[in-house]
Write a protein that binds this ligand. Structure first.
Ligand SMILES: C[S@@+](CC[C@H](N)C(=O)[O-])C[C@H]1O[C@@H](n2cnc3c(N)ncnc32)[C@H](O)[C@@H]1O
Length: 215
């Protein structure tokens, strides 16, 4: 693609790239929809998050030198891209995704990112290869696209607690959902919760929930 574009008239190159972006987007929508047909509970949505929601999620990621980041359920990588656009380097992001097809896609798209195929609800064992490779520092943020409401309340709570234990003090666990109520209610002394207003540009409209350990 780059060789063709280099030799081309800039306007034609721009049109071609715009066209390619659109084709990639439609392909991702189809991939996502097919996965939803195969496994609606695991997917929890019929299409990937829109750019407004992805950017809002990423806006809570505190980017700092030496920071390490974790994404759960990246799917086709819309939120992943927003995290990179915010300034996180690919090598600093680890992604845990259940679907082998999405893992393959993510590895092609973001070769510098560490993509682990596995279950985000078994966080520590899924992260074990990284720990074995010497990565033991805590994360500066965890971003989750998991469809939490498809799991029982206790399992959701256990995931949040386990994730908070893997974070630096005060660092955010960032989740989105389409529901009126939080995926897990805040618990005084254990974890606080902040939420955004509705992101109407997303279909369906969504909100971002940010969990943190109290100071
Ligand atoms: C609602 S989609 C979100 C995808 C993407 N983050 C987005 O916003 O477009 C949920 C994603 O979580 C993945 N997923 C569901 N359960 C999972 C689990 N237990 N472990 C890891 N990934 C999981 C699905 O395969 C899917 O890619």
């Amino acid at each position: 693609m780059e060789i063709i574009v280099k030799g081309m008239d800039p306007m034609a190159a721009h049109k071609l790239l715009t066209h390619k972006g659109l084709v990639d987007k439609i392909r991702d929508e189809l991939r996502f929809f097919r996965s939803w047909i195969d496994s609606p509970l695991t997917m929890g949505a019929v299409s990937p998050s829109g750019p407004e929601l992805a950017q809002r999620i990423a806006s809570f990621v505190p980017v700092r030198p030496g920071g390490r980041y974790l994404e759960l359920g990246p799917g086709t990588g819309v939120v992943t891209k927003a995290i990179f656009d915010r300034g996180v380097a690919q090598r600093d992001l680890t992604a845990i995704e259940y679907s082998p097809d999405f893992c393959h896609l993510l590895q092609q798209r973001y070769p510098g990112m560490i993509t682990l195929q596995g279950d985000a609800y078994s966080l520590r064992s899924t992260l074990a290869p990284q720990v074995a490779a010497g990565e033991t520092a805590r994360f500066s943020a965890i971003v989750s696209g998991l469809p939490l409401f498809n799991k029982p309340k206790e399992q959701r709570r256990a995931l949040i607690l386990e994730a908070l234990d893997l974070l630096e003090p005060g660092a955010p666990f960032i989740q989105f959902s389409y529901a009126l109520v939080p995926p897990v209610k805040p618990e005084a002394g254990l974890f606080d919760l902040a939420r955004t207003d509705w992101i109407w540009a997303n279909l369906p409209p969504a909100r971002v929930w940010v969990y943190r350990r109290p100071d």
